[in-house]
Design a binder for this molecule. Sequence first.
Ligand SMILES: *Cc1c(COP(=O)(O)O)cnc(C)c1O
Length: 382
Amino acid sequence: MQKPPQRLLMGPGPSSVEPRVLAAMSQPTLGHLDPAFLAMMDSIASMLRQAFRTKNPLTLTISGTGTAGMEAAVTNIVEPSDRVVVCVAGYFGARIADMVRRVGGDPILVEVPWGRPVPPDDIEKVLASTAGPIKAVALVHAETSTGIMQPLDDAIRLAHARDALVIVDAVTSLGGIPLDVDGAGGGEGIDVCYSGSQKCLGGPPGLAPITVGPRAHAALRKRKNPPVSFALDLRLLEAYWGPERTYHHTAPSNSYYGLAEALELLLAEGLESRFARHRATHERLALGAAGLGLDFLAEPEHRLPVLNALRIPDGVDEKGVRARLLAEHNIEIGGGLGPLAGQIWRVGLMGGSAREENVARLLTALRIILGAGRMSRPTRPS
Ligand SMILES: *Cc1c(COP(=O)(O)O)cnc(C)c1O
């Protein structure tokens, strides 16, 4: 194998993985029904409940990336012709709507321009003006494409008042910003919440933790037909993670070791200290970015500390800057997606990457690259 370079990962994910986590992954592979491995799965489930802040018995990890977590939520909850209100404030909200459509559901979009959260009033209007039952309301807690934090509480109360389940994408928020699955919405709780191992959890990419509350669990039991996906069928997964221990798929044990170690690190640090660390590094970056004349895309109250969307100054070759950051400084940051391509840089401060010294290193590198003036495109007279 070619040796991978030592990069500092400060993009939209993955984040840099701690050496302890990488070491855990190099331990001997175990069979997916080995009692020692099953005990490790129980421990992962219990640590995930602490991280999600939930008592949900159905809490496990999907063997697949955050996208598989999203697909598990949609495929298990949404049945053909179900109406689902999808809040779209960026790329990942739009991806949920796409998945709802693929399983034969009817997505009803509540859209806002990229760079702000969806206001509860907009959700309320759509819920009020939609006739007939609504199966679910889906929201992206941390919209990684725009660096926006989506408030959840009002949306949860509105959805439940309309007898709809609440699906929350917490891929970029779990372990990075406060998330309380059981306590959200004044204690009403989130019904289905999924995440990804490689963002603020600081694990290796490839796993998608998910938790299912009592209302959503009842909906799974009431389904007319099983979900189209065998691999992501939560009731089959429940039989593997639960006391039955029924074979469903070969769990990638080494990746599970990595997740287990990352969760141990998270809980040893403590959720509150971890959130405070993410916030402090964000503030350090905001200060430095202001010094470099870089503005945030979002208003301060909506900013996601773990994903900083910075506007690219006029005349700067954004791809060239990122290429030099990688080649000369071994630092990865992200570019914009969709309508924000070429407009923003996305600086992730997640998990092991969220450290003051990393922010300092990035700011120094940006100062060198931007200051050199060579990365400016000549501005043509218009
Ligand atoms: C990264 C991300 C995903 C997709 O996760 P993958 O691990 O890339 O499949 C989904 N939702 C959000 C908000 C994300 O940031």
